[in-house]
Design a protein around this ligand. Structure first.
Ligand code: SF4
Length: 497
């Protein structure tokens, strides 16, 4: 599988750079607070929200339990309705399948409806290498693409950009790739949207091949579902002659009826709307209506690895609503790029390690260290679990993955500073005399620090810890010392040394 956004530094380094960008923090704080407020209002309207969450989680859990059977059923249903089904083990296979379809139709461009799966596999770059241009048609995706940028949010990929920046990107780049932006373009949202509409229209009408993702795939009927807010996706799904849908295998739900809780949970959790403005469903090929050749690429790319992880597999329930991003205090300050993946925020912190695997020797050392840094990109406050519409216990998975990272490095020839510190602690705590000596030493440090009145900073690698946190001043006297001195009497007084 690809390391999405290969070349990014590990989370702590990327986060440090992001924190220095005050414009970014301002844009993020404003956008996430707005979405949080909208979500809270519409969730509050639902009397039995918790029951709905439980129902949504149960549907996804059921789907994952019988995944193999549901996928076979999905394939049968799709083929029966005239679609061609392909299985892709990894990004390379999926990209090759899409490129092959485009090439066979002589297409040097495709239009795309927002699809995280295709971003995950780096489809645009793979198609570009074959001389095929992939045009993003979701407004936020288009802004990211025109700005030669990376998405930083699941739902609002350009959340890190403000209106003035978007206007500047449109003026600077639209002319290079199609219809230019009007010279009198302002940064009014309606004016920006109108410019995007004009720019995209000629692409929709020209493209022979459309590429989409899918929010859900119904096994019983072979129906694929895309929900969106703008209608651009529906243009992609209906205008081209050929449609290729790349869908992660975890998107399957067994029956049509089981879409019910998911389609109620998703819009309220994501955009803070009661229902999605556009819900498109299509099933294979319908003569004289929409694309007359439909391909469905069922993508693994690490999902079976995630499924094999008994604690982590719940991450595959994710319906990509992004609610966990909008409440995460870490995400709100550093934004999505610091996570180095198309899946940022709390869900990215667990999904990326689960898809890539920890300690399996996969990937180059840089992407490996990036992936392994992600389970630590959280304060474990639990806000992500509280809002998750399918009740993914992200903190539980984070802690589980942290333990896997530690286990993966037990045999390292050069141990990490934390491992050295833990070894030293284990050595000291294993022997009462050693512990006594350490306590006396700590007491002396405590007395010294008490006189100076400053909080100590650790030297060497420990400085990274004290740079961001206060080190508690060691007690001047250990409990055992106090007990020896006072015999456990509370009026024994303090030994000031
Ligand atoms: S983990 Fe839950 S809250 Fe986060 S994006 Fe997925 S479904 Fe939404």
């Amino acid at each position: 599988m690809t390391g999405t956004f290969v070349g990014m530094p590990a989370f702590p380094a990327a986060a440090r750079d992001a924190l220095a960008d005050t414009q970014l923090r301002h844009n993020l704080a404003h956008a996430t607070a707005t979405i949080r407020g909208k979500r809270a209002a519409v969730v509050g309207e639902v009397e039995h929200w918790e029951a709905l969450r439980l129902a949504g989680a149960a549907v996804k859990e059921r789907a994952l339990h019988g995944l193999e059977d549901h996928l076979v059923r999905l394939e049968e249903s799709l083929v029966a309705r005239g679609a061609q089904v392909h299985w892709a083990r990894d990004a390379a296979e999926a990209n090759a399948l899409v490129a092959d379809v485009a090439r066979r139709h002589g297409a040097d461009e495709v239009v795309k409806v927002k699809s995280m799966a295709t971003q995950e596999i780096g489809l645009n770059e793979a198609l570009a290498a074959e001389g095929i241009a992939a045009w993003e048609t979701d407004l936020a995706e288009m802004i990211v693409q025109l700005g030669d940028d990376l998405p930083s949010h699941i739902l609002v990929p350009a959340i890190h950009r403000n209106r003035a920046e978007i206007r500047e990107i449109f003026l600077r780049r639209m002319a290079d790739v199609g219809r230019p932006a009007p010279a009198d373009l302002t940064d009014e949202p309606a004016v920006l949207a109108a410019a995007a509409r004009e720019h995209l229209r000629e692409k929709f009408l020209r493209a022979k091949v459309g590429v989409s993702g899918a929010n859900f795939a119904v096994a019983d009927t072979g129906t694929l579902v895309v929900v969106e807010s703008e209608g651009n996706g529906r243009m992609c799904l209906t205008l081209p002659e050929v449609l290729v849908t790349v869908v992660g295998i975890e998107k399957v739900v067994p029956t049509w009826a089981e879409l019910d809780p998911l389609l109620r949970l998703l819009p309220r959790s994501s955009t803070g709307e009661r229902m999605n403005p556009y819900t498109s469903t299509w099933t294979g090929v319908t003569p004289d209506d929409g694309p007359q050749e439909v391909h469905v690429v069922l993508l693994d790319n690490g999902r079976t690895r995630a499924l094999a992880d008994e604690v982590g597999r719940q991450a595959l329930r994710c319906i990509r609503c992004s609610a966990c991003l909008n409440v995460c205090p870490v995400y709100e300050r550093v934004g999505g790029h610091a996570y180095g993946s198309v899946y940022p925020g709390p869900i990215g912190a667990i999904l990326n390690p689960l898809l890539h695997g920890i300690g399996e020797g996969t990937g180059d050392p840089q992407s490996r260290s990036q992936v392994e840094s992600l389970p630590y990109a959280s304060s474990l406050c639990g806000a992500c679990f509280e809002v998750c519409p399918v009740r993914i216990d992200i903190p539980e998975v984070l802690v589980h993955l942290r333990s896997k990272v530690v286990d993966a490095h037990r045999g390292d020839r050069v141990p990490k500073p934390e491992a050295l510190a833990m070894r030293a602690a284990a050595h000291t705590l294993a022997d009462a005399k050693r512990l006594g000596r350490a306590e006396r030493l700590a007491g002396r440090v405590g007395r010294l620090v008490g006189r100076r009145g400053t909080t100590p900073r650790l030297p060497g690698p420990g400085a990274g810890w004290t740079d961001a946190r206060d080190l508690p001043t060691p007690a001047r006297e250990s409990f055992r010392g106090w007990w020896r001195r006072t015999g456990g009497r509370l009026d024994g007084g303090e030994n000031d040394g």
